[in-house]
Ligand binder design. Structure first.
Ligand SMILES: NC(=O)c1ccc[n+]([C@@H]2O[C@H](COP(=O)([O-])OP(=O)(O)OC[C@H]3O[C@@H](n4cnc5c(N)ncnc54)[C@H](OP(=O)(O)O)[C@@H]3O)[C@@H](O)[C@H]2O)c1
Length: 221
């Protein structure tokens, strides 16, 4: 499959690029700086806010994965950027998978409360970025004609070990028996590329690490 990853040099984008390339997809890695990429991946410069550039990028792909994040200090026009990408996806009839945030998931402590409003999962210093993800999902919901899937990471996601396994949920934050909501970025990439290859029915889903109930350790594939 021809896969374009926007934000390809980022923490999540780079792992999605690696996972897709390892599975034999033809990957184009897009960021504003270009950056270096592994062999077999085409790295290219592109700004996700540049509609004309995105149009040519989308036309050369079967599916686009949007994993951009404004740099610290940059204005966080995340919802507007996402809406622009969805417009291009509609115009070019291209599927798009948006890597979003945990903020718009429902809290496991009270399903009437979003994670963005639950300090158990969103510390005060994360709240502004969690609010951006709520607006970002709203932008996706506002474009029902787009072939768009929004993927929420769990509350914690960081580089780690690839196990190849994960739990998949829908719009509720997934937690383990100790209340932790986490996944390694490598396993998150596995879930995103699984969705790319075998689209599910959910327009919004989340994933979390799969743990052995007796030990709390990761279950390997
Ligand atoms: N628990 C959570 O909810 C959680 C945790 C982590 C991440 N996330 C989400 O996951 C997504 C990716 O995050 P990340 O941590 O992987 O980000 P990151 O490491 O900061 O990387 C961001 C990437 O986006 C690129 N970029 C930024 N603006 C761009 C633009 N306008 N056009 C093209 N590329 C652009 C950057 O490269 P250049 O600057 O060179 O363009 C970089 O490659 C974000 O939506 C973030 O909110 C959610």
């Amino acid at each position: 499959m021809r896969v374009v990853v926007l934000g390809a040099t980022g923490m999540l984008g780079s792992r999605i690029v690696a996972e897709a390339a390892d599975r034999g997809h033809h990957v184009t890695a897009v960021s504003r700086s270009g950056g270096r990429c592994r062999d077999g991946v085409v790295a290219t410069i592109g700004d996700a806010a540049d509609r004309e550039r995105m149009r040519s990028v989308f036309l050369s792909s079967d599916v686009v994965i949007a994993a951009t994040r404004p740099a610290p200090g940059e204005p966080g026009e995340v919802a507007a950027l996402t809406d622009g990408l969805l417009g291009v996806a509609i115009d070019t009839d291209t599927r798009i998978i948006v890597i979003g945030g945990a903020g718009p998931l429902r809290s496991p402590s009270d399903p009437r409360v979003l994670v963005v409003d639950d300090p158990r999962y969103v510390r005060p210093e994360w709240r502004a970025s969690a609010e951006l993800s709520v607006a970002q999902l709203r932008a996706c919901s506002g474009r029902p004609e787009a072939d768009c899937t929004y993927v929420s990471p769990p509350a914690m996601i960081a580089p780690g070990r690839r196990t190849g396994r994960y739990r998949r949920g829908t719009t509720d934050l997934l937690v383990d028996r100790d209340g932790n909501s986490a996944i390694a970025a490598e396993d998150f990439a596995v879930a995103v590329v699984d969705e790319l290859e075998t689209p599910g029915h959910d327009r919004h889903f989340t994933v979390a690490r799969l743990v052995e109930p007796s030990t709390g350790e990761d279950i390997d594939a």
